[in-house]
Design a protein around this ligand. Structure first.
Ligand code: NDP
Length: 407
């Protein structure tokens, strides 16, 4: 049915490639292109021989001209951006120049400022409309499935959603005192930033990890979770009519937080360049180099993730609550595709999002966040491709008492 150019060959891309190959009816051909071509070749060697034709290429996705040349050579129907958030705009520029559909899993972040916002990508809307192509933003799990869950809740269960709490729990244990489950640089930038949530039309900022709650997650158990800013808050606050508040919580163990604090205190999480032995280095990038590569955590990670959304609102004038979540087992993922659940829960929706566009189920020109499309076909595919969801119509809500970690 179609051809995809997949940019990036890391943890998330590896899962997406496995899933594209499983879904060969839709992905007849894929080209895996990344900065380090050997990683693309390794993936090809692992998965070649099935119905999906696989090719590989080297590309620097920071370079628009290189990207345009590659797209012109491969002639894909869609570019799946599974590199890093820094490359979103260059890849979107190349898609515009070649009139090719685009999708990603994380919003643009300038490399020299730890600030991610949709404004840069939303600015492309008119140009994508005029070119007659689609940009699907944020087709991972969060953002991604959390947006699909929100659109599904609104479509089927509510007249109005007033409150959304997104709960991202990783109950996995990799046995290291400190490691991150996806790209360490992106992960540490995200969790060391100030927290932020949206209430009554305003953003309320908190200190990093200032707001803590405890929640008992199905199939995982009780975990401490902390309020973080997460990019889907920005698009959902805009796209969900009548919303009064939206928050995002992620679980962290004490060992992770203690290590992070120590690393922060000694300056290792800084993105300000420093002079070291006559060379400019960025401490956080150096830290990334000494931490375990998330792609290697697969065999040693045990436990489950549980990610979902709790909605509160009204249906036919009555109060209603609804919780929809997915539970994913790290070891099951590893057995299936050789990766742990954090890469899995991102790579599967990336494949599904691209499939929605390739099959024409999602078909509108412009730049859209995932909740702006019909959620039903995506929800069906989640069950089919390894991320089944569970519904709870009487969930325990997140305690609204202001439990703070600092006074
Ligand atoms: P990795 O670091 O494992 O992989 C990133 C890949 O991108 C690597 O193959 C890297 O190449 C490649 N790359 C980086 N820069 C360039 C460049 N300039 N040109 C070409 N290729 C480049 O990251 P992950 O797989 O963990 O994460 C991928 C994306 O998924 C990130 O944007 C992350 O934020 C997002 N994500 C989204 C989630 C969601 O739920 N929405 C959850 C988790 C992650 P090289 O091998 O040379 O370094």
């Amino acid at each position: 049915m179609g051809k995809a150019l997949i940019i990036g060959a890391g943890g998330v891309a590896s899962v997406a490639v496995h899933k594209c190959v499983q879904n060969s009816e839709v992905f007849e051909e894929i080209c895996i292109a990344s900065r380090t071509k050997s990683k693309c070749d390794e993936l090809k060697a692992k998965l070649d021989g099935g119905k999906t034709k696989i090719t590989t290429a080297q590309v620097d996705a920071d370079n628009v001209e290189e990207l345009i040349a590659l797209i012109n050579e491969v002639k894909p129907d869609i570019v799946m951006n599974l590199a890093l958030p820094y490359q979103d705009l260059t890849i979107m520029d190349a898609c515009l120049a070649t009139k090719t559909h685009y999708m990603d899993t994380a919003n643009y972040e300038p490399e020299d400022t730890a600030k991610f916002e949709y404004k840069w990508q939303w600015e492309y809307k008119e140009r994508f409309e005029k070119a007659g192509i689609t940009a699907l933003l944020g087709s991972g799990f969060d953002p991604g499935v959390t947006g699909v869950f929100s659109a599904y809740a609104l479509k089927h269960y509510f007249d109005e959603i007033e409150y959304i709490d997104i709960l991202d729990c990783n109950g996995g244990d990799h046995g290291y005192p400190f490691a991150t489950n996806f790209n360490p640089e992106i992960n540490i930038r995200e969790v060391s930033a100030n927290g932020r949530y949206w209430e009554n039309g305003e953003w309320i900022e908190t200190e990093p990890m200032e707001i803590k709650r405890v929640y008992n997650f199905a199939e995982v158990g009780e975990k401490d979770m902390y309020l973080l800013y997460h990019e889907e808050l920005e698009s959902l606050a805009k796209n969900m009519p009548g919303l009064k508040r939206i928050r995002f919580f992620m679980t962290f163990g004490q060992s992770y937080l203690t290590h992070l604090k120590a690393l922060e205190n000694v300056g290792m999480t800084s993105i300000e360049p420093i002079e070291f032995e006559g060379k400019q280095i960025i401490p956080l990038q150096f830290l990334k180099a000494v931490l375990p590569d998330p792609a290697t955590l697969g065999p040693r990670t045990v436990g489950k993730t549980n990610i979902g959304c709790i909605f509160r609102g009204k249906k036919d004038g009555k109060e209603k609550t609804y919780y929809v979540y997915n539970v994913c087992d790290h070891q099951e993922c590893y057995k299936e595709v050789g990766s742990q659940a954090v890469s899995y829960t991102t790579g599967v929706p990336a494949m599904i999002g691209a499939a929605m566009i390739l099959t024409g189920k999602w078909n509108k020109a412009g730049v859209y966040n995932i909740e702006e499309f019909d959620p039903d076909p995506f929800m069906e595919e989640l069950n089919k491709w390894g991320l089944p969801w569970v519904e709870d119509f009487n969930p325990v809500l997140v305690n609204d008492e202001p439990v703070k970690t600092k006074d």
